[in-house]
Ligand binder design. Structure first.
Ligand SMILES: C[S@@+](CC[C@H](N)C(=O)[O-])C[C@H]1O[C@@H](n2cnc3c(N)ncnc32)[C@H](O)[C@@H]1O
Length: 327
């Protein structure tokens, strides 16, 4: 991509549109059938700071989501994909599975077909005392109609047993697995963006870019438009730009858009540090200090201090704040 054209309102000639304001204002300004992929993680109505403190009733939350989903369906081309990542709404009485709650908002559009209910599993998060700790999110992947692209080869992952061979039949002695790797399946294991993750910014719940890349590569082509109605710090737009796609999105928080803009510019220059697709989730070496408990009396080393991630440095710079090289 040459010089990146970034616009603040819908502009069909822009590479990236970053709209500051309510998502419906952006979505309604965009023409029908302009996007190949909508991928997003909407607010969960759990009174995060960006939700301005107030929780809607579940009825009002579903009605608000219904309006945004309908606007997104209009934007999709035939064969386009809609990926809605939602988890559980936690309340005093228990939890509410938001994907189940929102499912009727999708099925009222007869052209949508549910292709996968992807479970994104991660290993870290809050530790619950009275229920099992939550360690997954759900992504509902719909296509608009049946004629949709799906480039499986671009997202294959290594086989568990690449050396396995057929032991009988016509192909006896030949390798049985696909030479490019296997289908990643519908349970995706990526670390969530916390603490020392290289992409971490000040946003409390970013997408890992590798998660969005899997959709961008499999269901879009270079030059296609990828839309994230709840853009946050622009992880979706970064994934799109990294692979030569265009992007558009909105957020009500100006600081998040400022961070998004910096990350997208770095992505276009090939300078954004991301966790690479396909890197295995690390397990500590049995001999490492993290994998064992020492006798506190015999502790010999001081805890190591780490430099902040690139994402956090981008966030601090975007806020115009003083830069602290140590955490
Ligand atoms: C779960 S976060 C999305 C984070 C994003 N996936 C990322 O990687 O940065 C939801 C975002 O929606 C934004 N938001 C909430 N209500 C909105 C609205 N009505 N219009 C636009 N953005 C909104 C919030 O400010 C928040 O950044």
């Amino acid at each position: 991509m040459g010089a990146l054209r970034v616009a603040g309102t819908w502009d069909p000639a822009a590479d990236v549109v970053l709209h500051h304001g309510d998502t419906l204002d952006l979505l309604r300004a965009m023409p029908s059938a302009c996007a190949q992929l909508v991928v997003t993680s909407p607010p969960y109505n759990i009174a995060k700071p960006y939700e301005r403190g107030a929780r809607l009733t579940l009825e009002r939350y579903v009605a608000a989501q219904d309006a945004v989903i309908a606007a997104c369906v209009r934007l999709l081309r035939p064969g386009g994909s809609l990926c809605w990542q939602v988890g559980n709404h936690v309340c005093e009485d228990g939890i509410v599975p938001i994907d189940v709650l929102l499912y009727p908002c999708f099925t009222r559009h007869p052209e949508l077909r549910l292709r996968n209910r992807v479970v994104w599993h991660f290993e870290h998060g809050l530790h619950c005392r009275r229920r099992f700790s939550g360690r997954y999110e759900v992504i509902l992947w719909f296509t608009k109609g049946d004629g949709y692209p799906f480039d499986l080869d671009s997202i294959r992952v290594p086989q568990k047993y690449p050396g396995k061979r057929a032991w009988k039949g016509r192909r006896v002695g030949e390798y049985t697995g696909h030479p490019l790797g296997k289908n990643p399946g519908d349970v995706w294991i990526f670390p969530n963006v916390k603490a020392n993750h290289v992409e971490k910014t000040t946003h409390p719940c970013q997408f890992p870019i590798e998660l969005v890349e899997r959709f961008v590569l499999s269901v879009t082509r270079p030059g296609d438009l990828v839309v994230d109605p709840y853009l946050g710090v622009g992880s979706t737009a970064c994934a799109a730009v990294l692979h030569g796609r265009r992007a558009a999105g909105a957020d009500v928080v100006a600081e998040y858009l400022a961070i998004a803009r910096r990350r997208i510019v770095l992505a276009a220059r090939g300078e954004l540090r991301t966790r690479p697709m396909g890197r295995a989730v690390p397990t500590p070496r049995p001999t490492s200090a993290l994998a064992r408990r020492d006798d506190p009396e015999r502790r010999t080393h001081a805890p190591r201090r780490r430099a902040p991630t690139q994402g956090l440095r981008i966030a601090v710079d975007a806020d115009g704040g003083a830069r602290d090289d140590r955490r």
